[in-house]
Design a protein around this ligand. Structure first.
Ligand code: GCU
Length: 337
């Protein structure tokens, strides 16, 4: 088995690349050579809650398998953008990842349900759904996708921001070129508000804002801060148009190599790391909001009346993308009442 670990290490060497951050020192640990060395892709910076959650996950797995499974976390998007990562995972080129649900939903359309605009009343409502039977059913709905879903991570609520002007009402969105994730639903949301959607990978947003290729984008406080978007697009509008959870995933090819014992350990560690990420999320989100406000950004809180107009403009999206899943949507809404 030692040989298998070594071979895998060599085989995955090209994928691990220079960006791979080994968390453990292997010097003088010949006895403890891992049986498996896996790659984990994360497109956020190393200090971001999801990346910290990934490191915790890798540490827990290492400990609980007695050092037999090593997972190398590649943060900062060093293994590529989310769509590319999903494609590679489907044939086992990358083993693990944390991916935004939006990036997955074009591959697994049922997931669109969970990112419908204004679906949840607040974060508690979303967590009640994700941690209950509905969330479990979604985790189990990846069959045939080449991916296995392990746990949910938090990503707060998304808001619009731009380089031009304060957005205070629906009319202010008109004609704005807004970067969205590479997701049909996200594009449709911007169109419903009168904007022009520009799908782009996450790592290209900063320069697109800077060069004027786009007027704005939308994301949570932590991403707006972490990627430095607030420095080039200083008008932020708290409209909370959607909450898009994150998923921790493993490639099915990788999964099928593992014993039942390892699978159980990995699932448990994924779940524990998710709880850790949620704690970090709360703190980071508040810190980011404070940093952004103190930097002098212009923050608009959308009035309840305007929020209702945003919401109304986006209602048709439910029928267009989720007509087959209306019962689930009803159940989600019911959980929030
Ligand atoms: C969030 C999410 C990322 C995603 C990004 C985006 O920040 O955590 O995984 O790539 O949104 O807008 O693309």
């Amino acid at each position: 088995m030692v040989r298998k670990g070594l071979t895998l290490l060599l085989m995955t060497g090209a994928v691990l690349g220079v960006g791979g951050c080994g968390i453990w020192d292997h010097g003088a640990q010949e006895e403890n050579i891992p049986e498996y060395v896996f790659t984990y892709a994360e497109n956020q910076a190393e200090d971001y809650p999801t990346a910290q959650g990934a490191v915790r996950f890798a540490q827990l797995v290492y400990e609980r398998t007695g050092g037999k499974i090593e997972i190398q976390v590649n943060a900062g998007g060093s293994l590529g953008d989310e769509r590319g990562i999903i494609k590679q995972m489907r044939f086992g080129g990358i083993d693990f990842a944390r991916i935004s649900l939006s990036s997955l939903a074009d591959f697994i359309p049922k997931l669109n349900v969970l990112q419908m605009p204004y679906l949840y009343t607040d974060a508690n409502h979303m967590w009640e759904v994700l941690e209950g039977e509905i969330g479990d059913d979604f985790l189990n709905s990846f069959e045939g996708s080449g991916l296995v879903a392990m746990s949910w991570y938090d990503a707060g609520a998304r808001n619009f921001y731009n380089t031009k002007k304060p957005v205070e009402c629906l009319e202010d969105m008109k004609g704005m070129k807004i970067r969205v994730q590479e997701s049909e639903v996200m594009q449709r949301m911007v169109r419903a508000l009168g904007g022009i959607p520009v799908p782009l990978p996450y790592d290209q947003v900063y320069s697109a804002l800077e060069t004027g290729e786009i007027d704005g984008a939308e994301n949570n406080w932590a991403s707006y801060d972490s990627e430095g978007h607030y420095r080039v697009a200083s008008y932020y509008t708290v409209d909370e148009h959607t909450r898009v959870p994150e998923l921790q995933l493993v490639s099915e090819v990788t999964w099928n190599k593992l014993s039942d014992e390892y699978k159980t350990i990995i699932r448990e560690c994924a779940q524990e790391s998710a709880l850790y990420e949620r704690e970090l999320w709360e703190k980071r989100s508040q810190e980011s909001e404070r940093r952004v406000r103190e930097s002098g950004c212009h923050v608009v809180e959308l009035t309840a009346e305007e929020k209702a107009r945003f919401q109304e403009a986006m209602i048709p999206i439910y029928g267009e993308f989720c007509s087959d899943y209306m019962e689930i949507i009803e159940a989600i809404m019911e959980a929030g009442r």
